[in-house]
Design a protein around this ligand. Structure first.
Ligand code: FEO
Ligand code: CA
Ligand code: CA
Length: 637
């Protein structure tokens, strides 16, 4: 591997090196119990002839790897790293005017009205929607805000209404047209501010509530007595792209915007809020002091209008977004969308909290390519399932349907809407498998297999290991591979394997495992978060947390999922200090890789910065465009 010269140890104020114990016993157990038969065959001890042959071939110069870049080493430098022959440039930075008439970014006068016309803060999930001549509409959501990095001398105790209003405006989603130009140094992509597709959805944007929970008594508020219209979307983390070309964005840690759970009278709601993390008195953010809808003592139901998947049509910038309640309410990380064998829409979504669950929605209707209008209603009726991973490698999708077993009035569920509104409690009753923080989920476009990133769980204790979550504690994270019955993403049963146990292979006590691939050849990796695929079915992994687990900045990794290179993990991108790499995608022509650099400099403040990324006076979360400078210009493969 190519070595980068500017490696220094992570000393940027990250706290709490998580306790580790040797994973070797667990790893042996996994090999014995749950690593797929084909993986066992590829480990040297069991099938040395095959294994040595394959690795000798890979190590020899005769091997033509399916991936064409020279992997980089992990780095702690405060600069983006890409392989030789690649370059990067900013495409969309916080505060960048979205349209030609939008105000310029002024970090010393952070104006809410301006922010509603500019790219928001903390870019996260990325999507690309083809337009014409190589251009595309890029959708990017804005998960949360770091006021201590945004405002000078910020204190939550003395935050002003203008600061709060700015933060509300900095959440949501941006859509921008990216246009392609070609040159000797390969293609370039830049934001075109004159396009009608440039659009902001923010914390005050009207959004429809649709599906079975729309109009529920617990969704009605003083402002919206019908329970069908909400202002804004918050803490949008992962997301998805539907086959009919819409953007799905997932509301994750919405609890932090609300205060005073003590005042909620409905027992199911109060318990749900507490489990989500809402404080009994006060709140983690000061928004409720200026906007009563965030104060549960004034408006107990506003919070029930968050925690959903939101569908937005990037091709119709004036169409109202919709919260699709049929997909259930929890801390949605993602919304990976594909089709069943019979054409039903299938949406996979994880609930990103320790010991929470993996879900799947299957629509009642089927997708007809010729009828996009009908497709826009597909996510309003269907069945929500939750996953149970059995120790023998089988699995079941348990239907979260009213009166299925314990999901009845005895347990507080009076309707299907109740089951969807309180999906976590319903999943508990069905005996779903508690996972190690399900982050992104993605379906392989070539094989249909489904990959679940389990980013970490430092609270899983020895003795509480399960086959699908085999480490206790699990600071490094892992990836589970699901194969649906008969290859049908609409199936109600599946088989599963451990695809990757993350860690540094140079430290055998970590028990890192890469689908049986020779660990001496792979890039170290930890804390898988966002996933995507290239057209060939190679998995791209974005990480969140590597500085505190393996001592390098977060990055992007490429790993084939099939064939002789299955598990051959290689790093293609290194981020900056304090930042996670929150999302990665490639455009369909695969000459562009977009990466979200989220919260650069986190751990510092605007006065005491730990990263210089993004600007001279303030760090700017930024979507960066990575392209190749040498022909052929396709990235990775
Ligand atoms: Fe917002 Fe689960 O990462
Ligand atoms: Ca994430
Ligand atoms: Ca993804």
């Amino acid at each position: 591997m190519k070595r980068q010269s500017r490696i220094r140890n992570g000393d940027f104020g990250f706290e709490g090196q998580e306790p580790r114990r040797s994973c070797s016993e667990t790893f042996d157990d996994i090999l014995a119990k749950r690593v797929g038969r084909r993986e066992v065959l590829r480990t040297g001890a069991i099938a040395p002839v095959f294994c040595i042959g394959a690795i000798a071939n890979l190590k020899g110069s005769s091997h033509e790897s399916s991936l064409s870049f020279s992997p980089i080493s992990g780095s702690s430098a405060d600069e983006i790293g890409v392989p030789d022959g690649y370059k990067w440039s900013p495409l969309a930075a916080w505060g960048q005017p979205l349209t030609a008439s939008a105000p310029a970014f002024d970090p010393d006068d952070l104006d809410p009205a301006a922010q509603r016309q500019q790219v928001g803060y903390n870019c996260d999930f990325l999507a690309w929607f083809d337009y014409v001549h190589g251009s595309g509409i890029v959708g990017v959501n804005h998960e949360y805000t770091n006021p201590g990095l945004m405002f000078s001398n910020y204190s939550a105790d003395t935050a002003t209404k203008r600061q709060v209003d700015y933060e509300i405006a900095a959440h949501g989603v941006s859509f921008l047209l990216a246009v392609r130009s070609s040159g000797d140094q390969g293609p370039s992509y830049r934001h075109y501010p004159h396009s009608a597709f440039n659009r902001r959805v923010h914390g005050e944007t009207p959004i429809a509530i649709t599906g079975p929970v729309a109009g529920h008594a617990l969704l009605r508020t003083v402002e919206d007595q019908a329970g069908t219209r909400v202002r804004g979307t918050f803490n949008n983390c992962g997301g998805g792209i539907t086959p009919w070309g819409t953007y799905l964005t997932a509301e994750e840690n919405f609890d932090q915007y609300f205060a005073n759970n003590y005042a909620v009278r409905n027992g199911m709601a109060e318990a749900a809020n507490a489990r989500f993390g809402v404080r009994e008195t006060g709140g983690r953010r000061p928004w409720w002091r200026y906007h009563r809808r965030f104060d549960l003592a004034y408006e107990p139901n506003e919070i029930n209008r968050f925690g959903w998947i939101v569908e937005i049509d990037p091709y119709r910038p004036h169409a109202m977004p919709a919260k699709r309640t049929a997909l259930g309410r929890f801390k949605h990380e993602a919304a990976a969308t594909t089709l069943s064998a019979t054409g039903n829409a299938v949406v996979y979504s994880g609930d990103d909290a320790r010991f929470e669950y993996v879900y799947k929605f299957v629509s009642d209707g089927t997708y007809e390519e010729s009828d996009r209008k009908a497709a826009m209603r597909l996510l309003d009726s269907g069945t929500l399932f939750v996953a149970k991973f059995n120790a023998d490698g089988s699995g079941e999708w348990l239907p979260l349907t009213y009166e299925n077993g314990p999901l009845n009035a005895t347990n507080g569920f009076e309707s299907q809407a109740d089951v969807l509104l309180f999906a976590r409690q319903a999943a508990d009753l069905l005996g779903a498998t508690q996972m190690d923080r399900p982050e992104d989920i993605e379906a392989n476009p070539v094989t249909g297999k489904v990959y679940v990133a389990l980013t970490n769980n430092t609270r899983r204790q020895a003795g509480d290991e399960t086959a699908a979550n085999p480490r206790a504690p699990n600071p490094m994270g892992h990836i589970v591979e699901i194969t649906e019955a008969a290859g049908d993403n609409g199936a109600q049963t599946f088989s599963w394997e451990i695809f990757m146990l993350c860690g540094d292979p140079a430290d055998p006590s970590q028990g890192a495992f890469f689908a049986g691939f020779d660990t001496s050849m792979v890039s170290k990796i930890a804390n898988p978060d966002n996933l995507s695929f290239d057209r060939q079915g190679n998995l791209l992994i974005a990480t969140d947390g590597q500085p505190r687990t393996i001592g390098i900045n977060d990055g992007i990794f490429f790993v084939p999922t099939e064939g002789v290179e299955r598990g051959f993990n290689r790093q293609i991108f290194s981020g900056v200090v304090g930042a996670e790499c929150a999302s990665v995608i490639m455009n369909p022509r695969q000459d562009l890789m977009l990466v979200s650099i989220q919260h650069p400099g986190e751990g510092g403040t605007r006065e005491n910065r730990i990263s210089s990324f993004g600007g001279s006076s303030v760090n700017r979360p930024t979507v960066v465009a990575v392209t190749r400078t040498m022909s052929p210009f396709n990235i990775g493969a």
